[in-house]
Design a protein around this ligand. Structure first.
Ligand SMILES: CC(C)(COP(=O)(O)OP(=O)(O)OC[C@H]1O[C@@H](n2cnc3c(N)ncnc32)[C@H](O)[C@@H]1OP(=O)(O)O)[C@@H](O)C(=O)NCCC(=O)NCCS
Length: 188
């Protein structure tokens, strides 16, 4: 059994896992995965109305297609035995909560289907994009994460992200707090 992932020619390969960059042909898969993982993850924390309103705004095929076809955003899909099981999204040159002159990229989302969590796929997705953003010569990668999401916070810390701030955000009528975490890529 091979456990060390191989990152080569736009693919990450480990045992039964493959990760690759998305194209506009992936929009239908991505839309389904975005909705299902978002609902599985937060459905019990927020009202159905708030969840639907967020998903209808952010997870349309049109929006995902525009993001993929633009220069700034990218999606990357993880497959286990050819089944799409998780994705990660990057946002380049987008406004950051901490003003900086450095070249920054945001790890905007990383999601894995419930059934596949805890199998290293989230880690594979992060490793995969760290490789990409380092090649693209970004200096800092940052993200916002709900302060109560300890699973994700611990995962990011494992990859060298450190808490450097925070901001409040609203989903529907609820107000929550996101921590900002960043990793200096030149330290890798
Ligand atoms: C955060 C997330 C992407 C991690 O994906 P994953 O494939 O479970 O990640 P990994 O398996 O690589 O590692 C997750 C860590 O949680 C632990 N874990 C074990 N079982 C788990 C489970 N059922 N669910 C979640 N995490 C689990 C793992 O042991 C691992 O910790 P360790 O490396 O110290 O052992 C995934 O839990 C997820 O989709 N969460 C909901 C969405 C989310 O919070 N996204 C991040 C903010 S946008």
């Amino acid at each position: 059994m091979v456990n060390t992932p191989i990152v080569k020619d736009g693919f990450l390969i480990r045992n039964r896992i493959i990760i690759r960059n998305c194209t506009a042909e992936d929009v239908t898969i991505l839309k389904q995965l975005c909705c299902q993982t978002f609902f599985d993850s937060w459905g019990s924390d927020f009202s159905v109305e708030d969840m639907n309103s967020y998903m209808n705004e952010n997870f349309t095929e049109q929006k995902i297609k525009e993001e993929i076809e633009g220069d700034l955003e990218s999606y990357h899909l993880a497959f286990c035995d050819a089944v799409p099981v998780g994705y990660i999204k990057l946002r380049r040159n987008y406004k950051t909560p901490m003003p900086t002159n450095l070249k920054v990229v945001e790890l905007q989302r990383v999601y894995v289907l419930d059934k596949y969590k805890g199998k290293g796929i989230g880690s594979d997705l992060i490793k995969y994009v760290l490789n990409i953003v380092t090649e693209e010569k970004f200096e800092v990668i940052w993200l916002g994460v709900w302060e109560k999401n300890s699973n994700a916070i611990n995962l990011y810390k494992k990859f060298g992200f450190e808490v450097c701030g925070g901001y409040s955000f609203k989903l529907g009528n609820d107000s929550s707090f996101d921590l900002v975490m960043k990793k200096n890529l030149s330290k890798q």
